[in-house]
Ligand binder design. Structure first.
Ligand code: MN
Length: 174
């Protein structure tokens, strides 16, 4: 039996930049953190760390999480769309995604303690050799890249500190 559903993938700059894959199951978003993000290449296995279910509203968020202790707190909606859940067994989920970037079948399989793998099914939508996270970095809602949302001051990643430091020096010099 196929269960109609929705999915969202959010790119999140927290302690480490990662992707949050969320699939609507019942009235909650079942969620995995995928450090390297999804791939459309069936040869690529991506680590997916299960995290707690999220409320529906979480999947609608694009912006900056205030008070993020590490990273900029930026979230963009990297992909979203309809989903069809084909199988949902303990330790395995089979789902067909209809996103703007991700399409066709995907498998999520538990391989250990808090360790799952996300793999593209070999079907007509598969793109062997492709790197969709590099090729399509933008938000599907707004076209913005996560870097576009990084606040000009406060927080920020290590790499963003230099412009702030220069700005600070500029103030001192006045
Ligand atoms: Mn996250």
């Amino acid at each position: 039996m196929v269960t109609p559903s929705r999915f969202v993938v959010q790119l999140h700059d927290a302690t480490r930049l990662h992707y949050d894959l969320r699939i609507l199951v019942g009235d909650a978003l079942r969620s995995w953190a995928v450090p390297k993000g999804p791939s459309m290449d069936p040869a690529v296995r991506r680590l997916a760390v299960p995290v707690e279910d999220h409320e529906l509203s979480a999947g609608d968020f694009e912006g900056v999480h205030e008070g993020s202790r590490r990273g900029s707190g930026v979230v963009i909606i990297w992909d979203e769309g309809r989903a069809e859940i084909r199988r949902d067994d303990p330790g395995h989920m089979s789902v067909v995604l209809h996103g703007q970037k991700l399409a066709g079948g995907f498998g999520l399989t538990r391989t250990g303690e808090r360790r799952w793998v996300l793999v593209k099914v070999r079907d007509e939508y598969a793109l062997p050799g492709s790197d969709i996270t590099a090729g399509r970095p933008e938000s599907v809602r707004t076209g913005r890249r996560w870097e576009d949302l990084v606040p000009a001051s406060g927080g920020g990643r290590r790499g963003d500190r230099r412009p702030q430091a220069l700005e600070h020096l500029g103030r001192e010099a006045r």
